[in-house]
Each structure stands twice: as C-alpha cells, then as structure tokens.
Ligand binder design. Sequence first.
Ligand code: ATP
Ligand code: MG
Length: 320
Amino acid sequence: MAEIVCIGELLVDILAAEVGQSLRAPGTLLGPYPSGAPAIFADQAALLGAKVALIATIGDDDFGEAGLARLRRDGVETRAIRKVRDATTGVAFAAYAPDGSRQFIFHMAEAAPGRLTREDVDPALFADCRFLHVMGSSLFSAGMIEVIRHAATLARNAGAGLSFDPNVRPSLLTRPGVADAIREMAREAEILLPSAEDLAFLLPGRSPESAIEELLATSPQLQCVFLKRGAKGSLYAERGRMVPVPPYPAREVDPTGAGDCAGATFLVGRLRGWPLDETLRLANAAGALAVSARGPMEGNSPEAKLGAFIAETAPLPLSE
Ligand code: ATP
Ligand code: MG
C-alpha cells in the first residue's frame, strides 16, 4: 500500500529542440518524454524508495505505454492507472523562450487525463497513506476538480495530510473554476511546495517571504512551505523560521519537472525523518540534476545518485 498517493495527469512531453523555437512553425521536436507533474513527482518519490501510487488515466496507445513502463521501472504503484479505450494519452508540447519563459500547448482536458472519474479513486489506496500530493496543474477542469476534491476527502478521512504544489500554468487559469480551486487547495494543505510565481498568484503584490508569512499565519494546519527558486535554490519556512538553501551548480538544459522532482525529494525526506538540512540539500540537488537532463523525468535520481552528487559538489553562494 502507498504512503504517498499522487493523482492527475500522466502525459508525454514533446519539446522544441531549440531555445526560441516557435510552436507556430515547423521545427524539430523531440520526444516523447514521459511527463505530467504528478507522474514526475511520483517517479522521483519511488526512486527514493517511497511507496507511492499514481491515480491517472491514459489512452490505449504507445504514449501511454511509455509513461506506464517508466513508472513501473522506477517502482511506482500503477494499479490505479486506467487505460481509456476511446481517448488518447495526454500530450504537452513545450517551447522555451530566450528569457527562460515557457510556452505550453496541453492536450489534457479533451484527452485521456480529462476522463478521470470518482470511480478511479479507490478508497483502499488510502489505507496506509500519509500524504495525498496534488498539483495545481491537475485542476484543469470542473471534472478534475471534483475528482481531486473527492480524493482529498478520502485522504483526510484516512488521516493523511495534503501536500500541494500550486504549479500554476497561466494557459490553464482561464478555465472556469481553476483559479479558485488552486487557491482553495493551497489554503487546505499541510505542506505547500510553491514557486515565487505561484505565491504571486495566491497573494498578489507581496514578496515571497511576506506571502509565506501570511499563509503560515492564516492557515493553522500548514506545517511548512518549501519555496522553489529555480537557479537561486530554495527557501524552507515554518512558523518562526525561514531557511534559505543555496543552489547547486547546474547547466540548465530543461527546467520543466525540476520543481516536481525537488518537491518529491523534500516530501520523502520529511516522511523519512531525515535531518532538515540534509533534506533541503537533497531536494536542491534533485532539482539541479533534473534541469541538467532534457525531458522532465529524465533527470530524476535515486538516493545514491543524489548522495554522491552532494558529496562531490559544493553549493553556490546564496543570492538575493
Ligand atoms: P517546474 O514547475 O517547471 O517543475 P518549479 O518552478 O516548480 O519548476 P524550480 O524552482 O524551477 O521549480 O526548480 C526546483 C528546484 O530545482 C529549485 O528550488 C532549485 O533547487 C533547483 N533548480 C532549478 N533550476 C536550477 C538551476 N538552473 N540551477 C540549479 N538548481 C536549479
Ligand atoms: Mg512547478
């Protein structure tokens, strides 16, 4: 049985080969790479030895098989991944602009990921669950919001906490109910794993630190926040304490998935009771290794690889 349950989209990513390449014109595309934020998170948690299950829907096609095979190889419990016969596996097309911003085209709501139903959420999955992990990017339709809320209720009833990464994707925010659902789940979580952009969405006009203080002051069940700061590293916060964590050096090839990978490493470290400073180092190392590989799951790392990396790599100085 699973100590961490993840729910949402299992996709493949198709990536523009060149920085600055447009998705409006022909060009070289690379992939399929197994992807989907909850799947990346589940895969990294499994690589660290956690018992983790993913609830998801895929098509009966090779893209779905690619994702399923990867998760199985890495030890994710895949029994709750259902093959939908009359829909195709979700796809995200991604291109990177020279300023580091990303453009996505998602085939999700109208593809297999949008077919998830309450029946896919087996209450037995939560028997030994410590955390349900939810990604804001999975709250992409009224149907998904309903199913994920149902999973959150089952998790709560089983005594599990909610780990939430708002993972805001502007192209999905305009859909009815999505923005409110992300705000609500952020207010209910025990563990919050945002980026600075996510915090700016949740509490506009504030610095990340002030937004975190506000969240900790007004959400009594919130235990801690792990703020992901890209090439600047991360910041850990709990009531009365903020700990900036320096980044490791990395040659950024593909930033997508680093947050999911770092967040999963943080959650597993917390579940395992690893010392906080070591958990934070390992989470940043996981993120640094993730950005160094093309493909959102290709840079996921088992514990031994993370340990070797932090043993031989000095962190960079902290920057503002
Ligand atoms: P995504 O939503 O695309 O998965 P995110 O915004 O949630 O990303 P990031 O902050 O980009 O998450 O990455 C997570 C962690 O990975 C960071 O906190 C940092 O420790 C590490 N990291 C990310 N980018 C770099 C980089 N260029 N160099 C070194 N470390 C990095
Ligand atoms: Mg993210």
